[in-house]
Design a protein around this ligand. Structure first.
Ligand code: S3P
Length: 168
């Protein structure tokens, strides 16, 4: 029986949702995605929430979802790239969950997010610079919460999942 939670953290374009869904199937657990959960509860897209409420409004909604879902038992949770920014979220994640940091280089993040309009923070002239700056700030925070760090640059999602399974 799996009663632990498995929480995926890492930057935009690391593959958290794809890998999370596959991992959940492998473990026979339900899968949740914090961004999707926020959109369902709000009835609005992430870009619209950023537009209307600003990043702080979005982070408040994100914190509510993460603290609530971290209390659940036995699910796989993919989190947004900035979920580790709030200490409350980091504390909630560390409560008995296996936290997996999906590491990706800026080059790979960029390739995987290039044509995506759904990420407000990347709607800029220079997404490479934004991703570089975000990673510099966030990498230590991902590492702080992580039980496991997995490199995603060199492997397709199915192999990342196999690699995760080896450590569980
Ligand atoms: C964000 C990442 C996004 C989403 C929002 C903010 C971030 O999630 O939560 O656009 O701050 O890195 P993904 O990491 O799933 O793209």
């Amino acid at each position: 029986m799996h009663t632990r939670n498995y929480i995926l953290v890492g930057p935009m374009g690391a593959g958290k949702s794809t890998i999370g869904r596959l991992l959940a199937k492998e473990l026979g657990l339900p899968f949740k995605d914090s961004d999707k959960e926020i959109e369902e509860r709000t009835g609005a897209s992430i870009p619209l929430i950023f537009d209307v409420e600003g990043e702080t409004g979005f982070r408040d909604r994100e914190q509510a979802v993460i603290t609530e879902l971290s209390q659940a038992q036995g699910l796989v949770l993919a989190t947004g790239g900035g979920a580790i920014l709030r200490p409350e979220n980091r504390a909630a994640m560390r409560q008995g969950a296996v936290v997996i940091y999906l590491h990706a280089s800026v080059e790979h993040q960029l390739a995987r997010t290039a044509r995506d309009r759904n990420r407000p923070l990347l709607q800029t002239q220079n997404p490479a610079q934004v991703l570089t700056d975000l990673l510099a700030i966030r990498d230590p925070l991902y590492r702080e919460v992580a039980t496991l760090i997995i490199e995603t640059d060199t492997r397709p999602p199915r192999m990342v999942v196999q690699e995760i399974m080896r450590f569980l």
